[in-house]
Design a binder for this molecule. Structure first.
Ligand SMILES: Cc1cc2nc3c(=O)[nH]c(=O)nc-3n(C[C@H](O)[C@H](O)[C@H](O)COP(=O)(O)O)c2cc1C
Length: 245
């Protein structure tokens, strides 16, 4: 379902530097906006979600929704957006893999020295976003983040694929890279080591656990009567509320 009438004409925005758009830039801008207007959301059969039948806690519902997204053919439903903020409060986001979700929280892993690792050290709070278009569902999770400790981090890494270990061994994540040739050289050596030494240590690799304070479930609806169910953890128990879409 397109969010705008297909032939609605919007005036072209001027370039940010205040100069007039050239004919070519103008046409490219128009084509791009046309493309955006033609793209659709919530344009398939979507599951119904009755919040009155939702469980008292968010974890079982999250696991159910992730499983249903996978079963509906959603590619990579275990990938998510992780938002962190630096010491001054400036936000940043990136995509990460979810390693687990249990009674402790939502687990993910990365290098402690990466941008996100440094931001989490400065401000140990984060938010996660999952979007599963195959079922029109979104989940948001937010709360404080702790490190799981070296042994658990190593065990989590060594349970994963050779490629994951090789990638972790490359290290220096988020630093400036001088050339792609340098990456190829280091990566080659990392793959060889990961194959030879499946228990190789990567001290900077860290398993993090986000302890949920809020978890919001959003079920998209073709008529835009989206259902939003928000769980809040307060005084040792979960409460729920509906939110206007
Ligand atoms: C599908 C996908 C999965 C990813 N999974 C991870 C992950 O589990 N851990 C990780 O450190 N980076 C992962 N990345 C790379 C991050 O998105 C990001 O580029 C990297 O962690 C550096 O982020 P930063 O500079 O903000 O710290 C993944 C990227 C994609 C596209």
């Amino acid at each position: 379902m397109s969010d705008h009438p297909a032939h609605q004409d919007t005036p072209d925005a001027a370039p940010a530097d205040g100069t007039a758009p050239t004919g070519e830039a103008d046409a490219a801008g128009r084509a791009f906006r046309e493309l955006l207007r033609g793209l659709r959301v919530w344009d398939c059969e979507l599951p119904a979600f009755d919040p009155a039948r939702a469980p008292a806690e968010p974890l079982p519902l999250f696991r159910q929704w992730l499983r249903e997204a996978a079963e509906a053919g959603q590619p990579e439903p275990h990938t998510m957006t992780l938002a962190t903020a630096d010491a001054a409060g400036a936000p940043s986001v990136r995509t990460l893999m979810l390693h687990d979700a249990d009674e402790r929280g939502w687990h993910f892993a990365s290098h402690r020295g990466s941008r996100k690792g440094r931001e989490l050290a400065a401000r140990p709070r984060a938010a996660l976003g999952f979007y599963w278009p195959a079922v029109g569902r979104q989940v948001r999770v937010s709360g404080p983040v702790t490190e799981a400790g070296p042994e658990e981090s190593a065990a989590d890494l060594h349970r994963r694929s050779t490629g994951a270990l090789a990638a972790a061994l490359v290290g220096r994540q988020s630093e400036v890279l001088d050339s792609t040739e340098e990456l190829a050289r280091v990566s080659e050596a990392a793959w060889e080591r990961a194959q030879r030494e499946p228990d190789a240590a990567v001290p900077s690799w860290t398993l993090y656990v986000l302890h949920p304070e809020e978890v919001e479930f959003f079920q998209g609806d073709a008529r835009r009567r989206h259902v939003r169910l928000n769980y809040r953890h307060e005084g040792g128990r979960w409460t729920t509320e509906l939110l206007w879409p």
